[in-house]
Design a protein around this ligand. Structure first.
Ligand SMILES: Cc1cc2nc3c(=O)[nH]c(=O)nc-3n(C[C@H](O)[C@H](O)[C@H](O)COP(=O)(O)OP(=O)(O)OC[C@H]3O[C@@H](n4cnc5c(N)ncnc54)[C@H](O)[C@@H]3O)c2cc1C
Length: 325
């Protein structure tokens, strides 16, 4: 997502307070205001591969469930490699907690029949929220080629899912433009196609500069897209890995972040404090600009996300919300 944000002066839309009048500087000052009271959070997990990873995931779920997230989502490994594990994790969350799980589903490398069968199974089991994605080709595939009998793009997948059931459908959005898009405008058109096909909200790829998201939101609203565009927040647990992954998915890591994390490789405690501060600041500034919904990429670790939620005014609720068996 290397594309620059454009400088549209349209207002930020339903989550924004209208930057034109207020300006970013004024909004940023509002961060020292009392804790927000009306923030909704959701969390992304990945399906565990081993018994030990399963333990780690459930410790994380147990810690975060009392925050009463609006939903939690479970990723689908590259090329559908976690099909059964994603399914098992989604069902386990549904059965053993009070939180609503959403299943990620990609269409890369699969026929429509295969994808439809997975979606039908979810629908029959009462899982009514899908995060619908194209997915990425294998590294040695030489770029993305649609499956001859498959859904070519996420917008086609969304349309296919809507024929199976009245799913809630989340799709991906890219504040810094998807790396394969011809242009930021093309990518925005693609987002609109996904919404027009029936998606009910979008979740953004992670970003670190708040301004990047706010300018993107302005462009989204100016394009007539009215559904929630939920910012994806990545608390940084391993800076080197974030830099590597950002390179692949087109997210920019600002120089000030490299400065902040420099020399902390062998100091996990300080690294964690810095990471929590960076993400909390990012979220508070977003909130000061009217953003109320946040999606956290937890990487199956609860500590940073839990702390950031508290700074957003999201605290554990009654024990029933955290029922985990
Ligand atoms: C919130 C979120 C969750 C994710 N979860 C997963 C996951 O669980 N598993 C996983 O493997 N990956 C996941 N990804 C990564 C995602 O699969 C990749 O970013 C992938 O490269 C694009 O997926 P998409 O759904 O955005 O694709 P699309 O919306 O289909 O877009 C892909 C590219 O094709 C372009 N395009 C779209 N339609 C056309 C057309 N008709 N002609 C030409 N170009 C077109 C778009 O502009 C874009 O550049 C996730 C990403 C996000 C943001």
């Amino acid at each position: 997502m290397p594309g620059p944000n454009n400088n549209s002066t349209a207002t930020a839309g339903q989550e924004g307070r209208g930057l034109g009048a207020q300006g970013l500087g004024a909004a940023a000052l509002a961060v020292a205001s009392p804790l927000p009271r009306d923030v909704n959070v959701s969390f992304e997990f990945f399906p565990p591969k081993t018994e030990q990873m399963e333990q780690t995931l459930w410790t994380c779920v147990e810690r975060l469930a009392p925050l009463a997230p609006s939903f939690v989502s479970v990723t689908y490994g590259a090329g559908g490699t976690t099909r059964e594990r994603t399914h098992a994790t989604v069902l386990k969350i549904r059965k053993q907690t009070d939180i609503k799980p959403a299943a990620h589903l990609t269409c890369v490398g699969a026929s429509r029949d295969e994808v439809d069968a997975i979606a039908q199974r979810y629908w029959d089991e009462g899982i009514d929220h899908i995060v619908a994605l194209r997915g990425d080709p294998a590294e040695d595939a030489g770029g993305y080629i649609p499956h001859p009998d498959g859904y070519a793009y996420a917008s086609d997948l969304v349309a296919g899912l809507k024929k199976i059931g009245d799913f809630k459908i989340s799709v991906a959005a890219y504040a810094e433009t998807h790396p394969e898009a011809k242009s930021p405008e093309d990518d925005l058109d693609n987002l609109k196609r996904k919404i027009d096909a029936g998606a009910t909200q979008a979740i953004t790829q992670f970003f670190f500069d708040v301004d990047v998201y706010l300018r993107f939101l302005e462009r989204v609203r100016a394009a007539g897209i009215t559904v929630p565009i939920v910012p994806g927040i990545l608390p940084v647990t391993n800076f080197a890995r974030v830099v590597q992954f950002s390179g692949l998915c087109g997210a920019t890591v600002p120089p000030w972040m490299a400065d902040l994390f420099e020399g902390l490789d062998d100091d996990p405690e300080t690294r964690k404090l810095v990471a929590a501060t960076v993400a909390a600041e990012q979220c508070r500034v977003l909130n000061a600009n009217g953003v109320k919904d946040f999606h956290f990429y937890t990487l199956n670790r609860a500590d940073l996300t839990f702390a950031i939620c508290r700074i957003l005014g999201v605290k554990p609720r009654a024990a029933t919300n955290g029922k985990v068996g």
